[in-house]
Ligand binder design. Structure first.
Ligand code: PLP
Length: 405
């Protein structure tokens, strides 16, 4: 009998944010159990919504959005994104340097496919948002992880970055603000990364999808603004800032030393044309979304939902014996550390499964973010305070007797 297997291209691709623990939770739901899901950064199901004007804009544009657009995107969207780039001091950006995508996800994949040959190396943080590692691996690249240091507020470890560069390294990825740690990188760290990219002639990919979800007076700097002489690709979108992850709209901005990347840009253009264009109704709201009422600022200030939920989960977690945690200052994730000796944990996936089975709460183990020690997990703090308190209480109860076998 002929059977069909997945392509060997996928053999080394790991994408656990929607992996085995999530599958097990879905199976339990099929059995009728109620699961508290702290696993995915999708704001709408937790009661967040876009500003009304964005929804109205989409409704009024739907008739005229029936055709394909230019493969990079419609004029009004790219014009608004260009202005957004100017406000962030990203140098040397024209309309031609802006591409819209079906979420940042599509553009990350496109950039990896267009760049990497088999064996090329790319530096990606650990922990990371795992799409980066997955798409770079799928494209044939060798992912080399550099460490973000929990002892230093989860900032990238510059010495570790330097030590991992070889002749084959083509690019470095940063995720700032970070998922899963919630860190916002200071200018000094970004300047050091730019210096490395300059010296070693690397491309910088900067995933900034949480740039408008920064709390506590921290300031977000686009690394591209510090690197007019380095080829940079900056990614952002509306999934998180406007709570419309389902609309699928993101963008990327090419800046800096574009003359050194002419061939690569040809590849990006080709792949962009091959997917025809991104979702046109979603492009049609970009101008209103970026130029209009920023409801997200209400969510992230003291008294706002995201801010107060962050306070709640941070205080609750650090109060649990055996858990320690760095306070996140952006996005809606927290990445606590668990005392593996105390609980005899050698497998973080098993820990997440055990907790799921006993308490019906879904967390993602650190492994899902390419964190190779079994001592972390990620919590999404989008659920309301009552749910977060319940989840923390369940974790406390669970850990009071847990020993991994
Ligand atoms: N980058 C990071 C760091 C993310 O956390 C996410 C989604 O969670 C994405 C990219 C993908 O976003 P999009 O909805 O624009 O595809």
């Amino acid at each position: 009998m002929r059977t069909f297997n997945k392509s060997t291209k996928l053999d080394n691709v790991l994408y656990d944010v929607r992996g085995p623990v999530v599958d097990e939770a879905a199976r339990m739901e099929d059995e009728g159990k109620e699961i508290l899901k702290l696993n995915i950064g999708n704001p709408y199901p937790f009661g967040f919504s876009a500003p009304q004007e964005v929804i109205l804009d989409m409704l009024s544009n739907i008739r005229t959005s029936q055709g394909y657009s230019d493969s990079k995107g419609i004029f009004s969207a790219r014009k608004a994104i260009m202005q957004y780039a100017q406000l962030r001091n990203i140098p040397n950006v024209s309309m031609n340097d802006i591409y819209t995508g079906n979420g940042v996800s599509e553009l990350i994949n496109l950039c990896m496919q267009a760049l990497l040959d088999n064996g090329d190396e790319i530096l990606i943080p650990a922990p990371d948002y795992p799409l980066w590692t997955a798409t770079a691996t799928l494209a044939g690249g060798n992912v080399v992880h550099y460490v973000c240091d929990e002892q230093s507020d989860w900032y990238p470890d510059i010495d570790d970055i330097r030590s991992k560069i070889t002749d084959k390294t083509k690019a470095i990825v940063i995720i700032n603000p970070n998922n899963p740690t919630g860190a916002v990188y200071p200018k000094e760290i970004l300047e050091q990364i730019v210096q490395i990219a300059r010296e070693k002639e690397l491309i910088i990919f900067s995933d900034e999808i949480y740039d408008r979800l920064v709390m506590d007076g921290y300031e977000h700097t686009s690394i591209a603004s510090l690197a007019p002489d380095v080829f940079c690709v900056t990614f952002s979108g509306l999934s998180k800032s406007h709570m419309i992850a389902g609309f699928r709209i993101g963008w990327m901005i090419l800046s800096g030393a574009k003359d050194k990347a002419k061939g690569y840009i040809e590849g990006i253009k080709m792949l962009s044309s091959m997917r025809l264009c991104s979702n046109v109704p979603a492009q049609s709201i970009v101008q209103t979304a970026l130029g209009g009422y920023q409801s997200v600022t209400e969510y992230i200030k003291p008294g706002g939902r995201v801010y107060e939920q962050r306070e709640c989960i941070y205080n609750a977690l650090r109060d649990i014996p055996g858990i320690s945690v760095v306070k996140p200052h952006a996005a809606f994730y927290i990445f606590p550390k668990i005392d593996t000796e105390k609980f005899n944990i050698t497998d973080d996936e098993q820990f997440a499964l055990d907790f799921l089975h006993e308490k019906q709460v879904l967390l993602v183990p650190g492994k899902g973010f390419n964190w190779m020690q079994p001592d972390h997990f990620r919590v999404v703090y989008l659920p309301n305070i009552r749910q977060l308190e319940r989840a923390s209480e369940k974790l406390r109860e669970f850990l009071s007797t847990y020993r991994q076998r």
